[in-house]
Design a protein around this ligand. Structure first.
Ligand SMILES: [Zn+2]
Length: 326
């Protein structure tokens, strides 16, 4: 089925459907289309929006969303589940983080622009047609090709009612690692818009690597179903696992330890390792093996992101250290 104009409030009740949504005009005269899966219960209830592949090289959510869809029947559902398994369709086509058409990062241009470039148009469509109708957002990310990140649930921390609902949702998602981010949310993310709209918002990370591990697909599938149970959209209790790491930091992976020189990066620490101030985290070498730079940390904390691609240019992000929640 194709839909030229989506109106979430007019979706038929008691329905389970896959649809192509027309988002923007292509240069060849056709349209960029987003895959859309929705399930509406017979009774009105919360509207949960689940997004994936906002970055075109992150696959866990792409695989989890159809699995979630196949597990549900409208009779079992209270409320509405809206899911877009591939948001950044142009970047997905080239297996890149950003769109190669306009070079933009979809997770930096929210709320988008209806008259902007293709990436801005997609952000605008997601904001106007889906996010503004939602009561809760889960944006499924991972490290993609360039970065390694532990499997985790990320959430926006605040002391208000939205913050309490967000934390409860993050706990219900059920991962061993939780990462809370104090306000303000950096600009341009789906979570930025959701938070501005007062909508509780979660996102995931996982090791990524240009493929998805089955355990991460399983974790994201179970996590979304867990949040649905928590929101009373489904019967039953969330399947939780013990939290091993509850971390706190701004979560801004645009602002990490970078390399001052070009060369070959070798990390000497691992994900979730605790590091001290001044500790050497890795080296940059030249092609003869000479050490050009030693990478150290100015803050103690837990390694939450490691660069995967060895080759580095000056300024490339290498490592991010975050804090433990005391
Ligand atoms: Zn991402």
């Amino acid at each position: 089925m194709h839909l030229k104009d989506l109106d979430v409030s007019r979706l038929p009740r008691n329905t389970k459907e896959t649809v192509w949504l027309e988002v923007a005009q292509r240069a060849d005269g056709g349209h960029w289309q987003l895959p859309f899966l929705y399930v509406t219960g017979s009774t009105v209830g919360p509207i949960l929006l689940v997004l994936a592949a906002v970055h075109g090289d992150e696959y866990e959510g792409v695989e989890a969303i159809p699995r979630i869809f196949r597990r549900l029947t409208p009779d079992d559902l209270c409320g509405t589940l809206l899911m877009v398994p591939i948001c950044n369709v142009p970047a997905y086509g080239t297996a890149t983080r950003n769109s190669t058409i306009d070079g933009k990062n979809l997770a930096r241009v929210f709320p988008g622009d209806a008259h902007g470039t293709i990436t801005e148009q997609i952000a605008c469509f997601l904001t106007e047609k889906l996010l503004k109708s939602a009561d809760f957002l889960i944006d499924l990310h991972s490290g993609g090709i360039a970065a390694r990140i532990p499997t985790l649930i990320g959430y926006i921390r605040s002391d208000d009612e939205r913050g309490k609902r967000t934390l409860a949702g993050a706990e219900a998602f059920g991962t061993a690692v939780m990462w809370g981010h104090p306000l303000p949310v950096p600009p341009g993310r789906s979570l930025t818009v959701a938070t501005d709209l007062g909508i509780p918002a979660l996102y995931t990370e996982a090791p990524g690597g240009g493929f998805s591990r089955t355990e991460d697909v399983r974790c994201f599938t179970t996590g979304v179903l867990n949040v649905m149970k928590h929101l009373n959209m489904l019967e039953g209790k969330p399947q939780l696992q013990p939290v091993t790491h509850h971390l706190l930091g701004d979560g801004n992976l645009d602002n990490v330890i970078t390399t001052p020189v070009a060369g070959y990066f070798r990390a000497e620490v691992d994900l979730l390792e605790y590091v001290n101030v001044g500790q050497q985290l890795g080296t940059i070498c030249n092609a003869f093996g000479d050490v050009l730079a030693e990478i150290t940390t100015e803050q103690a904390g837990v390694i939450i992101m490691l660069r995967r691609i060895h080759r580095v240019h000056p300024g490339n992000g290498l490592i991010h250290v975050t804090q433990r929640l005391e």
